[in-house]
Design a binder for this molecule. Structure first.
Ligand code: UD1
Ligand code: UDP
Length: 354
């Protein structure tokens, strides 16, 4: 069986590391890197650190408006599918690389496996929501991380080929946790004390592309006196420069370059709280049992909201500050599977193979 995997963005490299390692035991996998993320600290570092097999094809598409970026990917992936004639095209999550891979495969009648199917924010202004709805509606195997995702698909009359396999990011955390503990030196390098700082990540377009929302988030950071460490996404860095915002005026804020996955796991585990708009980081906070504050109006990961393990604040300054200061002690019930998602993906690929 030949599987063509399409990747392009940071979280997809992390998910693929967990899945490729397992499926390659019994399946021939070819990897296509679209080049959506291309900085060394957004791409190469993950391939090196997590031993992800070198991509068989690198499309070098890079950044651009949604239509152009997705369209260029679509054309090039189509050529590869025609050359390689895979049995399945495998896509992850909800980025433009996901949609391009799914569309190219659907038009050529190649079955699509969608890992992280069924997530919904019910906000179609998010590019991710459009990407995931369209991808789910052309997929053959819809591999969901949670029961909520299954229910979302049922509500859209998608029931064939739908399975709850758990969350592959949990596999990734379990596999790399010990390695991160033994090898990461990020706390020393950044002079951070465990449980004595907040970890921040912000990159969602709905925040970065809205000057008022960004101002409101930064105002909250100014009012929070604790040490804050912020590995800044290149999108956010660029936008803040465009807006003329000066982060060095925010007290006790360390802005650092994006870090590798092992350093990120270490930063997450040792944080007192995490403030984010990332999908993956919300879950990793939950896995690490570190309280999270999500500066978005919706979350796809509704399970994390139980007992204020994750507090959804939007971008209101006061709400962010209050949520960061709130004492919480949730019970962190396991709701994201058993860490054996990749094995379930492989079993389903074999069972359903054409
Ligand atoms: C993309 C995904 C988003 C995902 C995120 C993970 C879409 C529509 N969005 O958002 O769902 O959560 O990846 O991080 O697919 N840039 C660089 N270097 C890079 C990559 C990006 O400088 O290596 C800058 C460029 O200015 C670029 C901007 O970041 O224009 C946005 O990059 P893009 O890949 O379009 O979207 P992300 O915001 O990264
Ligand atoms: N991540 C990382 N280094 C960073 C920031 C994030 O390794 O500097 C990891 C993080 O641990 C998680 C994934 O990247 O596994 C999340 O990706 P991102 O926030 O870019 O995208 P999203 O999950 O929102 O799509």
């Amino acid at each position: 069986m030949k599987v063509l995997t399409i990747l392009g963005a940071r979280p997809q490299f992390i998910k693929a590391a967990a899945v490729s390692r397992v499926i390659r035991e019994e399946v021939t996998e070819l990897i296509v890197h679209t080049g959506q993320h291309y900085d060394a600290n957004m791409s190469d570092i993950f391939f090196e650190e997590l031993n992800i097999p070198k991509p068989d094809y690198h499309l070098g598409i890079g950044s651009g408006n949604h239509g152009k970026q997705t369209g260029e990917m679509l054309a090039k992936i189509e050529d590869i599918i025609l050359t390689e004639t895979p049995d399945y095209v495998l896509v992850y999550g909800d980025t433009n690389s996901t949609l391009a891979g799914a569309l190219a495969a659907a038009k050529l009648h190649v079955p699509i496996v969608h890992i992280e199917a069924g997530l919904r924010s019910f906000n179609k202004k998010m590019p991710e929501e459009v990407n995931r709805i369209l991808t789910d509606h052309v997929s053959t195997l819809l591999l969901c991380p949670t029961e909520t995702a299954i229910q979302n698909l049922t509500n859209e009359n998608i029931t064939d080929g739908v399975y709850n396999v758990g969350d592959v990011m949990y596999d990734a955390v379990l596999y790399n946790k010990t390695l991160a503990e033994s090898t990461s030196t990020i706390l020393d390098r950044e002079n951070l004390k465990a449980k004595d700082y907040l970890l921040i990540t912000i990159h969602r377009a709905e925040n970065t592309d809205d000057v008022d929302r960004m101002q409101s988030i930064l105002d909250a950071f100014s009012q929070i006196s604790e040490t804050k460490v912020w590995p800044i996404h290149p999108r956010t860095k660029k936008k803040l420069e465009d807006y003329g915002f000066k982060l060095d005026q925010i007290p006790n804020l360390k802005v650092i370059e994006p870090v590798g996955y092992l350093d990120m796991l270490s930063l997450e585990t040792s944080a007192k709280k995490i403030v984010t708009d990332s999908g993956g980081v919300q879950k990793e906070a939950y896995f690490a049992e570190v309280p999270c504050v999500t500066v978005r109006d919706q979350t796809e990961w509704v399970e994390t909201l139980i007992e204020d393990a994750n507090i959804l604040t939007g971008t209101d300054t006061n709400k962010i500050v209050e949520a960061v200061q709130k004492q919480v002690s949730p019970s962190y019930t396991p709701v994201f599977g058993d860490g054996k998602t990749a094995e379930k993906v492989l079993a389903l690929l074999k069972e359903k193979s054409i």
